[in-house]
Ligand binder design. Structure first.
Ligand SMILES: [Fe+2]
Length: 422
């Protein structure tokens, strides 16, 4: 060693260099789009809405798409279309402004029965991966299926994830995923929403979601702003009732009209119960769809011993009977039960409307033994349902989260009410 040199100099230099590079790397906010999810348009077989999140530093984002083919994408010039449309959305909640931007776009006038690819992002920031989705056929006679989940709600990443992944394994060609509310436990908690996306991962990017809010998405009487941030749902609910946006709407496919009602408002708000009943009668009376499926969170008939919602039955059940609603998909009671009822019955019958309560997450309640409306029930079991429509028949299959068939039935379309074929 030369006189006057310090043996520790190189060590100090490299330590500072390491700290400097680390600071540089970690100071850069990742700009890759996250929380990408598809929702159907009002016409579910002709397009999709796409919603995603970026850090607020991202100025603009785009969507690119084309009809899918099996060839690698070497250049953007091969894209059939490129569009720069997006919406900027910042959200304030709990007195704070969120540090992100939610972008959204719609792809309309797409070809039914066709597979597309898309990605979101920008050249100046980052792009998502290319993602495939397919649209149902235009013919009402073509086979059509979807997956129905009761409340995910709790332990979304650690325990609900296996349910959605098993469901996808069972029915990967589903037209959409239907959520009957309580997707999270605290609707204003952004971390729980993050877990919802971690659990579903690419499935939410590939298969459109139809969701109706539950009471846990509310800080009553306010529906969490994060609901509207995350999803782009049809705005065809009762006119000028902003409280019901994203909760009360319908989606049409060639063979079926799917109707979502805001169960929490139905349960608690007399005025909005009346408005929704009036709107429901209108959308039931004008449709020519063969099948009508209704979803809401709070059930017409409960599985839990201490629960009942007579105000919902009183306001809406006569409409379901009058217009022959085939199937009602519900949650809230954290168990499974189903039974078919007509306008007069309190016990299961063979023609009428089939009411179902189910649960997909790990939070569980017991099934009441005095609940005589049910034909079949179970408790303490995570479940998902695959519903397939083929012409005049609807096939309902309920699976456990391990992929085993637990329950099934078939509905045959009658002149008004459905007929149950076990
Ligand atoms: Fe609930």
């Amino acid at each position: 060693m030369l006189p006057g040199t310090n043996s520790k100099c190189p060590e100090v230099f490299f330590t500072f260099l390491f700290i400097f590079i680390s600071a540089l790397l970690f100071s850069q906010t990742p700009t890759e789009p996250s929380r990408i999810i598809l929702n159907p348009l009002e016409s579910g077989h002709t397009g999709v809405s796409i919603t995603w999140r970026c850090p607020r530093e991202v100025k603009e984002n785009y969507i690119q798409w084309k009809i899918a083919d099996p060839h690698p994408i070497h250049s953007e010039t091969i894209l059939d279309q490129q569009n720069a449309s997006f919406q900027l959305d910042t959200v304030t909640y709990e007195g704070k402004t969120g540090i992100f931007k939610s972008f959204r776009a719609q792809l309309t006038n797409l070809a039914p029965g066709t597979k597309y690819i898309y990605r979101v992002g920008s050249n100046s920031n980052q792009w998502s991966e290319w993602i495939q989705f397919h649209l149902p056929e235009a013919s009402p006679d073509s086979i059509f299926s979807f997956i129905y989940f009761g409340d995910p709600q709790s332990d979304l990443h650690s325990q609900w994830s296996r349910t959605i992944r098993q469901a996808y394994s069972t029915a990967p060609e589903s037209a959409f995923l239907l959520y009957a509310g309580d997707l999270v436990n605290r609707g204003y908690n952004d971390r729980e929403w993050g877990d919802f996306y971690r659990a579903g991962d690419f499935i939410h990017r590939m298969i459109p979601s139809v969701m109706t809010p539950g009471n846990h998405e509310y800080e009553y009487p306010i529906l969490s702003p994060l609901w509207k941030t995350h999803f782009t749902l049809p705005q065809n609910g009762p006119e000028e009732i902003k409280e019901l946006y994203g909760a009360c709407y319908y989606i049409d496919y060639p063979a079926v009209r799917i109707i979502s009602l805001d169960g929490t408002r139905l349960e608690n708000d007399r005025k909005l119960r009346k408005i929704q009943a009036k709107w429901l009668e209108k959308v039931l009376s004008v449709t020519d769809k063969k099948w009508i499926i209704l979803t809401l969170h709070q059930p017409f008939y409960s599985t839990k011993a201490s629960r009942d919602n007579p105000q919902i039955r009183k306001a809406l059940k006569p409409l379901l009977d009058k217009y022959g609603v085939d199937l009602v998909l519900q949650g809230h009671d954290h168990a499974y039960g189903r039974g078919m009822l007509d306008e007069n019955s309190k016990h299961p019958v063979k023609a009428g409307t089939m009411y179902v309560v189910s649960v997909s997450g790990p939070k569980m309640y017991e099934v009441g033994d005095q609940k005589e409306w049910m034909t079949k029930s179970t408790e303490n079991t995570q479940l998902y349902q695959v519903i397939k429509i083929n012409g005049n028949k609807l096939f309902f299959e309920c699976y456990t989260t391990t992929g085993d068939l637990f329950d099934s039935f078939v509905l045959q379309k009658g002149t008004n009410a459905s007929i149950l074929i076990e």
